[in-house]
Design a protein around this ligand. Structure first.
Ligand code: GAL
Ligand code: ZN
Length: 661
């Protein structure tokens, strides 16, 4: 497409006279695309059926004259007051049974038929109006679907739809009663119409019901997006459709949503005020990019890349000179074909007055503008070559929304999270400069030399077979604690020892376990003792060999980590959560055993990553610190950009190239 840099722009926040100055400055910066209008419903339809798109057409045309194309957002995350006045029932209900009211955003119920009609009317008018506008290239549906909808919506419309969804899934109420295990606490239902959305209970919840609820919510959001996508596809066949994801966010299954889209986009704010540290660690950002790439297994766009201090009521740290560029090129290194910075100019009004952009309130181009301009002018020339190329990791980590939901419902240990566990394994690879793909467990795993599948808690016979086949054919697999515990409906499996059939693959049984509540434990690996946390599977060896043993607990001296050869492959079972130090050792061992290569050696804060097409491999070296750094590559590359190979200045980005045809 040849479009690689842009900004999120809100012309409606600024006097009309300013627009041309903005366009000129954008052009000077190298902006090729803007996203507009994703919250501007009132401005486009101030009264029902009174469409006022002229201002937007004017902005699109003006920008187009400066060589800047437009992505339009549908404004359905912010229905205007007149809709709410007319149809207050479209405001969502939370788990306490309270209505969430107008005054912020996301005050919408996504199943509500009346709201769907408003959307149909509006999106039809908008897409008809812009279908043949030469300045418009594509659409973003809604904005960050799932954001602020954490525990929504409990209304009667959602209740009816949930009942319908359950009826389609289970057919009979007896079947539902059985799969939900409603014999417990007298929860049996006579008919589907008795089933409620999960309003707050006196105490406790049914884990199977909650898993269905979470899957239902995801399906509802996908359906909500499809409602709009179908309209846009009908009237704008030449435009692309995307959506701005939120990294690992889990409200909507992003793999499912991706099927509606031409490509996936993502939003990332590393230095938000909610971060525990000045900014989110680079390994976590890298993991986010990698999972976003996995949602459609293709390059993606950054629709909101942080360009300034982030804040609503509280603010995060200011970005150091070079930091924004390093983060932007990190996105590119992991598969972004375009970087759209949020936002063009810091807004003077509303909730996001302190969510800073490329320009400050003053509107004068300053430090950030100059940095963005330099970045774009330096790297634009390569972006066409990178477009479409992909990282090609030899190792993969399995990611699945349902496993995540199951651990949200029952975390086991107060600090155990599914995504946290994935991130922890990921970091061990990242620190070793080993690129990683995220995959869904049902994907073809055979192209990876090493697959790590943490917390394979919900298990099916098909998935057991899939893992067995992967290893039998020569794959190297890491399974962990809490594997094969439950069936797909979140009921515990019975009449077998853990981890079920995968026990044959691993050569072990797990007859007992221990939760390390309010304590940590230890293992002996090699000659050294290492810390472990959260959980210990108590393992009996059948065919496997012990790799590490517990040094704490009544099961001291029994296996904690095991290794087993199975046909042509190898499988490791990690019966605990290794501390960071142990995990580094283990991943090193797993990678070596699986012949997975590292890109080089470098201290923490220096990132190495590659993308490739049929002929080229590009290597990105990024210094995410404000200090000088040294690194070493494990292969010979030609330097494309940068000062001096092996040496990095603070926040320096270096590019290399190599022919692989
Ligand atoms: C994103 C959102 C934007 C803006 C930004 C800053 O989550 O998509 O609309 O709100 O955060 O808060
Ligand atoms: Zn609802």
């Amino acid at each position: 497409m040849g479009i690689h840099f842009g900004v999120d722009y809100y012309p409606e926040h600024w006097p009309h006279e300013r627009w041309e100055t903005d366009a000129k400055l954008m052009q000077e910066m190298g902006v090729q695309v803007v996203r507009m209008a994703e919250f501007s419903w009132f401005k486009m339809e101030p009264e029902e059926g009174l469409f006022q798109f002229e201002w937007l057409e004017e902005a699109v045309a003006l920008l187009d004259r400066y060589g800047i194309k437009t992505i339009l957002g549908t404004p359905t995350a912010a229905p205007p007051a007149w809709i709410i006045e007319q149809n207050p029932e479209i405001q969502p209900i939370d788990r306490q049974g309270r209505r969430r009211h107008f005054g912020g955003r996301h005050h919408d119920c996504q199943s509500n038929a009346t709201y769907r009609e408003h959307i149909c009317r509006f999106v039809t008018a908008m897409s008809q109006r812009f279908a043949d506008n030469s300045g418009v290239i594509g659409w973003q549906i809604d904005n960050e679907l799932g954001n602020s909808h954490g525990d929504l919506c409990m209304c009667d419309s959602c209740k009816g739809r949930f009942q319908q969804w359950l009826w389609e899934k289970y057919g009979t109420i007896e079947h539902l009663n059985e799969t939900w295990g409603t014999a417990f606490w007298s929860q049996g239902y006579n008919r589907f119409s008795q089933i409620s959305t999960p309003l707050i209970t006196a105490v406790g919840e049914n884990p199977s019901a909650m898993l269905d609820w979470k899957c239902f919510c995801s399906d509802l959001i996908v359906d909500f997006a499809k409602w709009q996508a179908d309209i846009i596809r009908k009237y704008c066949p030449n435009h692309f459709i995307t959506h701005n994801y939120m990294c690992f966010d889990d409200k909507v299954n992003y793999y499912d949503l991706g099927e509606l889209l031409d490509f996936v986009s993502n939003d990332i704010y590393p230095a938000g005020h909610w971060q525990q540290q000045p900014h989110q660690p680079e390994n976590e950002l890298a993991a986010s990019h990698d999972v976003v790439r996995s949602y459609k297994k293709m390059p993606f766009w950054m629709m909101e890349q942080q360009s300034g201090m982030a804040g609503w009521e509280i603010m995060g740290r200011a970005l150091e000179p070079g930091q924004m560029s390093a983060w932007a090129m990190q996105s590119v290194a992991h598969g972004a074909d375009a970087i759209v910075f949020f936002r063009w100019r810091t807004c003077a009004m509303g909730t996001e007055q302190y969510w800073h952009g490329i320009l400050g309130h003053s509107g004068n181009p300053g430090r950030i503008f100059r940095e963005a301009k330099a970045l774009i002018h330096r790297f634009s020339q390569y972006m066409d070559d990178f477009e479409g190329s992909m990282p090609c990791p030899q190792a993969a980590i399995v990611h699945n929304f349902r496993q995540n939901y199951a651990f949200q419902i029952q975390p086991h240990h107060p600090e155990l999270t599914y995504i946290g566990q994935l991130q922890k394994y990921y970091k061990a690879f990242y620190d070793k400069k080993i690129p990683v793909d995220f995959v869904q467990e049902t994907d073809d795993l055979s192209k990876y030399q090493l697959v790590v599948a943490p917390l394979q808690y919900l298990m099916t016979p098909e998935l057991e077979q899939h893992y067995i086949d992967y290893v039998a054919q020569g794959g190297n697999l890491v399974l962990t604690m809490r594997t094969g515990v439950k069936d797909a409906t979140n009921l515990c499996m019975i009449n077998r020892e853990l981890p079920g059939r995968l026990g044959e693959l691993c050569g072990i049984e797990v007859p007992e376990y221990d939760c390390l509540l309010q304590t940590k434990g230890g293992v002996l690996y090699g000659k050294k003792e290492y810390e472990i946390e959260k959980w210990c599977d108590i393992i009996t060896l059948i065919d496997a060999r012990q790799l590490a043993e517990y040094s704490t607990g009544f099961y001291q001296g029994t296996p904690a980590i095991t290794e087993n050869n199975y046909e042509w492959g190898k499988v490791w079972y990690v019966g605990t959560e290794p501390g960071e130090e142990l995990l580094e050792e283990l991943v090193d061992y797993f990678a070596k055993q699986s012949k997975v290569e590292t890109l080089g050696t470098a201290p923490a804060g220096v990132e190495l990553m590659t993308r490739e097409d049929k002929e080229h491999r590009w290597l990105f070296v990024i210094n995410h610190t404000n200090e000088e750094m040294v690194y070493n590559l494990h292969d010979t590359y030609i330097m494309l950009e940068g000062e001096k190979e092996q040496f990095l200045k603070p926040y320096e980005i270096q590019l290399f190239w190599k022919n692989i045809s």
